[in-house]
Each structure stands twice: as structure tokens, then as C-alpha cells.
Design a protein around this ligand. Structure first.
Ligand code: MSP
Length: 520
């Protein structure tokens, strides 16, 4: 499977979708955002913090938001201000380290959209036609998707994703001549210049192109809550076009310093529901303006809750706050990313979350740390013992391949498998305790005991470094328990951090508070 980038990487720009603010944040939004955060934190370790940019934000225009505001008896602006704050709060609670949070109602964004539209108006397609033309649209529109629909996309007149009736729309719109981009897009995708992952999603997009790309409206006549077109005061920008431009407006537009450093995006993350907008419409808009295309579009799967689609009607929507309150931010992040492969669909069962918390976090990881520092206190007065020659055979042997596997999985967005590498080592360390029985060695062989405790503490250090992107607070806690200043450690180069034996002899370990208190 191709990884994020083939050539040498010196910067990394990752984005999440900007979520609609008609809804409260739920774990679907949290899932993508946590994944983006894990990537951002991983690349900060690899490339240095200044070379990574992580963007999140909210999508605040369009008919859907205007209707939700009206229902709540608020002006659209009051409504979006309140909702955007809820998303920001949710991400704070999950320890999301986004560099910026863009809102489509901000002036800085609106300015870039207006400029983008102006350029689009005078642009030509690869076939030499005007990119935009005016026409009458008559058809169906799903407000929940904020998308125009054809009869073939509906079942009993309802949109499949939202099970809602579509509106009949008849209005004048500006259209993007998307059909003129089909051949170019196909070529770029096939050559891997526009990378779409997982492979099945790439084939889905190629399939769409093969069937034929229809021109799409890029403006709305009857939607007032939006950005007015600079060349037609009767029309506002279609909410999807407005929204996609956030990836560039947050960088200060195409003249911005951040744009120069970070564009093109290294990965746009999303679920498969909005793949077409990102893999067809967005690249066509960028091509129209002659701008570089994102390097990778990664559309992960959709998950269900206890086997059912997450929906307000069923009443099974989980708010990330609920999980953070119960498990803490880091455990929530772990629970969401460890259950199934990032590209595939999956299911979260509330009961299983509890079991996994207790088994993997409280027992395997939490206990390992508290047992080992307790033994170091008991046998070596909390001072890291001196390891003897050959003392590292048991663990250091596989270390190089472990880091290679970890890097590969991180760069291929196989988060569950990267966590798998960490847990293999945690389990191995627990088995090593059972095999070596330090409590017996304490009576018979102090030399061997020193090796065993050193190996265990060093394995814990290595695991903590691998855990930094996933569980940033707990990784810091673990590093501190084994005597480090976590902030200083994280400033070190990856090659230094990863070398076996970097835990200094004589360093004082501390008493470990329960890292993950058991849930009953
Ligand atoms: N506003 C648009 C995105 C514009 S980006 C230029 C939008 N917003 S949304 O609020 O509907 O968010 C959709 C995204 O939320 C999905 O692509 C995915 O990232 C996340 N998810 C929502 N529910 C989810 C699941 N049940 N499972 C996995 N991801 C989920 O579309």
C-alpha cells in the first residue's frame, strides 16, 4: 500500500473536514479529528513542530445551518458562534493539537473565497472552455447532504444517507464545467499524482469518472446565508465550494506565508461520505486555478454503534465528552483508534469499550508501569540499576524492526497496527516478568535482577515514545514516572530517543499513580 509520500518529507500539512455546526460534536467527528491529531503529533516528532500544520474548523454557511438557526430561534451568526465554540471545546477536551481552527464565517475565509471565485470566473478548462457558465437548474436537493441529487441516488424519493425527502429546486446557478476535467482527473489519479486511499475508494472515484462527470452548480440563488459571488450579487457560493476553500484560506490564501510553506496538503482526512467532493470537485477547482493538488485523500470507513447506524432518531449518538468523562482523553483516543482498521467500516460496542479499557489499558499497560517502578523501588531504592553486558538481548534484538513497522504503519495510517506493535512489546514485557520472576532473583541473583529491571524500564520508555502521538498525556506521565522531564525528552531527535539504552543508570524513578484506574 502506498504511504503518505514517496519523496523525502520536510513538511506535513494535515486537515480534517470542517464539520457542519447544525449538529453537536459526536464521536464520528471525533474519530477523524483524533486520527488527524495522531498524524500531526507523529510528524511533529519526525520533522519538528515548525514543519507541521494541522487544520480543523467548522462549516457554517448554507441552507442546513440557516434552517437549524431558525429552529433554535437564533440569528444564523449567533447560532454558529455558539456551535463552533462547542466543537472547539470538544477538541480541547480530547487534547487535539490543531494549529488553527478555521470558521467559514470569518472575514479571512470569506475574502479568500471571493478571490477564488473571481479567478474561477476568468479561468479556462483543459478543453479551452470557460470554467463557469450560467444555467437553470431544475431538480432535487438534499439539504442534509447539502448536495444536488439525481433520481438514481434516491430510494423512494429519499436520500440514502439521511433518509430524508429532497427539496425540488428550480433556480438559476453558476455551473462548473466539471465534465471537461474528467480525462485530466482520471490520468492524475491513475498515475498516483492524486493519491486516493484506501484502494477501494480510489476505484470508487475512478468508477464515478468512468460513468461520466456532470457539471455542478457552484452557486445558489435562493440561499442567503452564504458568501455573495463577486460577479453576481444575486447568488451565494455553494456551501461545498465555500467549505473546500478553507484548506487554503486558513493558510492566508495563495499569497500567504503559510501557503508557501505548507501547500499542497499532505493529507486531507475524512470518511467515505464526502469523498466525491474532495476527490473530484476540489481537485477540479484547484486545476482550474492552476494550483497544486493535495498529495493524498484518505477516506476512512463509517462506524456503527452496537451494530446500528449512529442517528438522532435511534438515540444512540455518542458525544465525545461522555467518553472523556468516563475514560479520560487519552483512553478515549486509544479506544477509538484501536478497534478496527482506519480504512474499514467498524462497530463500537459500549460494552466492549469497557472491557478493552480494563484489559489493555488498566491491566496490560497501567499495571506494567506500576509493577516495574514498584520493583525498582523495592530492589534498587528507585534508582535505575546498572545493566550488565548482554543484558539487552531479550528486547533490543527486535527493536529496529519494531520501529520500522511502527513508522510504516503510521505513514500508512494503519493506526490499529501501530498500536499493535506497542502492545506486542507491553505484553512481551509482562511475560518477561512472569518468566524471570524478579522476586526470586532478588534472593538468588542480583546481577540478573538488575538486567531484568533495566530491560523492563527501558521497554517502558520505548513504549512511551511510541505512545506520544496516541496518548500524549499518559506518555508524558510514563516518562516522568521513569524519571524524565517529558518536555525535554520530546525535544530530542527521534534517532536519539529510539536508541536502546538511553535510560540513564542511576536516574530516579517515581511512585506511579494508577495510570488507568480500573473500571468496575
Ligand atoms: N461540512 C462537511 C465537510 C466539509 S469539508 C470541506 C461535512 N460535515 S459533517 O459534519 O457532516 O462531517 C462529515 C464527517 O464526519 C465525515 O466525513 C467523517 O469525517 C465524520 N463522521 C461523521 N459520522 C461518522 C461515522 N459514523 N463514522 C466515521 N466518521 C464519521 O460533511
Amino acid at each position: 500500500m502506498p504511504k503518505i509520500k514517496k519523496e523525502k518529507q520536510n513538511k506535513f500539512y494535515v486537515t480534517t473536514p470542517i464539520y457542519y455546526v447544525n449538529d453537536v460534536p459526536h464521536i464520528g467527528h471525533a474519530y477523524t479529528t483524533i486520527a488527524a491529531d495522531v498524524l500531526a503529533r507523529y510528524f511533529r516528532m519526525m520533522l519538528g513542530g515548525d514543519n507541521v500544520y494541522f487544520l480543523a474548523g467548522t462549516d457554517e454557511h448554507g441552507a442546513k445551518i440557516a434552517q437549524a438557526a431558525e429552529k433554535n430561534k437564533m440569528t444564523p451568526q449567533e447560532f454558529v458562534d455558539q456551535k463552533a465554540a462547542q466543537f472547539q471545546m470538544a477538541w480541547d477536551r480530547l487534547d487535539i493539537s490543531n494549529n488553527d481552527f478555521v470558521r467559514t464565517t470569518e472575514k479571512r475565509h470569506e475574502k479568500v473565497v471571493v478571490d477564488f471565485m473571481k479567478q474561477l470566473k476568468s479561468a479556462k478548462t483543459p478543453l479551452g472552455n470557460d470554467c463557469l457558465y450560467e444555467s437553470e437548474y431544475e431538480g432535487l436537493y438534499c439539504v442534509a447532504c447539502e448536495a444536488f441529487k439525481t433520481e438514481t441516488e434516491l430510494v423512494n424519493g429519499k436520500c440514502l444517507d439521511h433518509n430524508k425527502e429532497c427539496e425540488k429546486v428550480k433556480e438559476k446557478n453558476w455551473f462548473l464545467r466539471l465534465s471537461d476535467y474528467a480525462a485530466t482527473l482520471k490520468d492524475l489519479i491513475e498515475k498516483g499524482e492524486l493519491n486516493i486511499l484506501p484502494e477501494a475508494r480510489k476505484n470508487e472515484v475512478l468508477g464515478l469518472i468512468k460513468v461520466g462527470l456532470k457539471d455542478v452548480a457552484i452557486s445558489r440563488q435562493n440561499v442567503k446565508w452564504g458568501i455573495q459571488l463577486p460577479f453576481d450579487k444575486e447568488q451565494t457560493a455553494y456551501v461545498w465550494v465555500d467549505a473546500l476553500i478553507n484548506y487554503i484560506s486558513a493558510l492566508g490564501g495563495t499569497k500567504g506565508k503559510l501557503y508557501k510553506k505548507f501547500w499542497p496538503a499532505d493529507v486531507h482526512l475524512m470518511a467515505k461520505d464526502i469523498l466525491k467532493f474532495h476527490a473530484v470537485i476540489w481537485p477540479a477547482l484547484l486545476l482550474a486555478l492552476g494550483l497544486p493538488l493535495p498529495k493524498l485523500i484518505f477516506a476512512h470507513g463509517f462506524f456503527t454503534i452496537d451494530g446500528q447506524k449512529m442517528s438522532k432518531t435511534i438515540g444512540n449518538v455518542i458525544n465525545p465528552d461522555e467518553l472523556v468523562t468516563k475514560y479520560g482523553a487519552d483512553a478515549t483516543r486509544y479506544l477509538l483508534l484501536s478497534q478496527f482498521g482506519f480504512g474499514t467500516d467498524g462497530d463500537f460496542s459500549r460494552e466492549r469499550l469497557n472491557n478493552i479499557y480494563n484489559a489493555a489499558l488498566a491491566n496490560e499497560l497501567g499495571n506494567l508501569v506500576s509493577r516495574v517502578v514498584a520493583m525498582n523501588e523495592k530492589y534498587f531504592e528507585s534508582k535505575v540499576p546498572e545493566a550488565n553486558a548482554n543484558g539487552d538481548k531479550y528486547f533490543a534484538f527486535d527493536l529496529k524492526t519494531d520501529w520500522e513497522r511502527y513508522d510504516f504503519f503510521m505513514k500508512s495510517l494503519k493506526f490499529d497496527e501501530a498500536l499493535g506493535v506497542i502492545w506486542e512489546n507491553i505484553r512481551k514485557a509482562n511475560m518477561y516478568i512472569d518468566k524471570e520472576k524478579p522476586w526470586e532473583l532478588a534472593k538468588s541473583d542480583k546481577h540478573q535482577l538488575a538486567d531484568v529491571i533495566y530491560n523492563l524500564l527501558e521497554t517502558i520508555r520505548q513504549a512511551a515514545i511510541m505512545l506520544i502521538p496516541f496518548m500524549p498525556q499518559k506518555a508524558d506521565n510514563i516518562l516522568e514516572v521513569i524519571g524524565f522531564d517529558a518536555e525535554k525528552e520530546k525535544e530530542k531527535k527521534p534517532s536519539d530517543l529510539r536508541e536502546w539504552g538511553r535510560l540513564p543508570e542511576g536516574q530516579k524513578t517515581k511512585k506511579a499513580e494508577a495510570l488507568f484506574p480500573r473500571l468496575t
